[in-house]
Design a protein around this ligand. Structure first.
Ligand code: SAH
Length: 274
């Protein structure tokens, strides 16, 4: 009761930290150092292996492959496309802030001092048992062709660029951070899914009923979502939901980095006639 009224208080008194706020309050390195140093993720949440296992299972199935995969709102990360990179010819990563994009580019070039993704890559390599971590890393660096600016609030998130319709669009923990209310979220989902060809697949990783997350000393807003809201929003856009795997957070009160209730991993296919 006390916790929920605190959350309510926080939501009512603080403006939603969207867009421009990320330029000054989201430190890419602090973010990856907090959430991505090891395959289990942040100790308060332990959800990264859930995400990596689901991604691995999804792409290893062989059902989702093609020419292009676009990830929207990658932040400073590459973990979401480690399993995918064997199944697509071109991967486009993207984010709203330049500092996030630079952090990814540093890793792609192998610059000195870039973030060490090898524990995550090693975990995926062991899960799949097909390629060595070194082979996966090389393939990933070769397949990511561009790291573009984007804004999911725009009808075309890549304006003024117009991208070819993609076979797969992936987005992780971005829309609920970028959208201050439910109509904005529905519109952003429409903008992002319009990047897919008919018959293409959306893979979305997100959080349920979260109002904030913490990056270093900064607290960032999150739009609280219910499973039904997300699924209905996709059905309204002509998607058929193939999977929605939910990982509940057992120790919500002990979690100091967010008030997330659950993680979800969703696969939805865009119907051919939309
Ligand atoms: N995908 C990463 C990062 C999630 S953090 C992961 O799974 O860990 C949220 C990301 O959303 C940040 O990188 C932030 O820069 C980005 N973001 C915030 N507003 C955005 C907007 N309007 N359009 C696109 N990305 C946005």
């Amino acid at each position: 009761m006390y916790v929920s009224s605190l959350r309510q208080h926080w939501r009512l008194t603080m403006a939603f930290t969207e867009g421009e706020h990320y330029h000054s309050h989201f430190n890419p390195r602090v973010y990856i150092d907090s959430f991505y140093v090891c395959p289990s993720g942040h100790p308060d949440e332990n959800c990264l292996s859930f995400v990596l296992r689901n991604l691995s299972e999804t792409f290893s199935s062989g059902r989702y492959k093609g020419q292009t995969l676009i990830e929207v709102g990658s932040g400073p990360t590459v973990h979401s496309v480690v399993s995918a990179c064997d199944h697509f010819q071109d991967i486009v990563l993207s984010d709203f802030t330049e500092t996030n994009r630079l952090e990814v580019q540093k890793w792609l070039r192998g610059d000195e001092g870039c973030f060490d993704w090898s524990p995550v890559i090693q975990f995926v390599s062991e899960l799949e048992g097909k390629r060595t971590p070194k082979e996966m890393e090389e393939r990933l660096r070769r397949t990511v062709k561009q790291v573009l600016p984007c804004d999911v609030r725009h009808e075309n998130p890549f304006h003024p660029l117009v991208l070819e319709p993609a076979d797969c669009v992936l987005t992780s923990l971005c829309l609920e951070a970028a959208c201050k209310d439910h109509p904005t979220y529905q519109q952003a989902l429409k903008n992002v899914t319009a990047l897919l060809r008919p018959g293409g697949v959306l893979i979305m990783i997100g959080v349920l009923n979260e109002t904030f997350y913490v990056v270093g000393e900064h607290r960032l807003s999150c739009l609280p979502l219910s499973q039904t809201f997300v699924e209905n929003a996709l059905k309204d856009l002509g998607f058929s939901i193939q999977k929605n795997d939910i990982l509940p957070m057992p120790d919500r009160d002990k979690n100091k980095v967010s008030d997330c209730e659950a993680f979800f991993f969703l696969i939805a296919e865009k119907m051919k006639n939309v």
